[in-house]
Design a protein around this ligand. Structure first.
Ligand code: ZN
Length: 199
């Protein structure tokens, strides 16, 4: 898969090539201003478990869902918007409802692993191959405090694992090989240079 085709099996990145509708692009640009970027220390910090399931938490989840959708992402973790809570939202299919997981725990992961390319809203322009279990069983609470258990495979399992990593201060660059990390950072510098030259 080419790095610039976020449509397929990449965690968190846009589920389709960015549309050309200027209104949608403007919404995405605005949403991305609220997303913490690589280099922000909050992305390397372990988030705290949520203890109160109140309106404040539900507002936080609703806001994260809007930001994720506006950013054309398929997953978002609270630290990415500057909140050190163990909260994540995701929506793998365009027409499925957004799911919020509070205090998620991976109870079981398959021995079977798979390598796939991942991107991250906090690391635009970076795509790296990451090996993860194909299936996971996750226990969490929803934003009302009710317990939920999710059996996920494929892209859903990958997104959940990617987002739980964020809650532990782990980024995709921490999960890939040294060579891939170097290549990704080189590509990023080149893209930034090209953008600077074009400006
Ligand atoms: Zn991410």
């Amino acid at each position: 898969m080419a790095a610039d085709e976020p449509a397929q099996n990449t965690a968190e990145e846009p589920e389709a090539p960015p549309p050309l509708d200027p209104e949608i692009l403007e919404r995405r640009r605005h949403a991305m201003q609220h997303v913490r970027m690589l280099g922000d220390p909050i992305l390397k910090t372990k988030a705290r478990a949520v203890e109160r399931f109140d309106d404040e938490l539900r507002d936080e989840v609703a806001r994260m869902a809007i930001l994720m959708n506006d950013a054309l992402g398929i997953g978002l973790a609270a630290p990415q918007v500057g909140i050190l809570h163990r909260v994540l939202v995701y929506r793998v299919e365009q027409d499925s409802p957004t799911i919020a997981l509070v205090n998620p725990e991976i109870e079981w992961s398959s021995r079977d692993e798979e390598i796939s390319e991942e991107g991250c809203l906090s690391l635009p322009l970076i795509h790296v191959d990451i090996e993860r279990p194909v299936a996971v069983l996750v226990r969490a609470r929803d934003e009302h405090g009710d317990e939920i258990v999710i059996e996920a495979t494929g892209l859903e399992a990958r997104v959940i694992q990617h987002e739980i990593d964020h809650l532990d201060g782990i980024l995709i660059l921490d999960r890939t090989s040294r060579e891939q990390r170097k290549a990704a950072m080189r590509a990023l510098r080149e893209a930034e240079q090209a953008a600077a030259n074009a400006a």
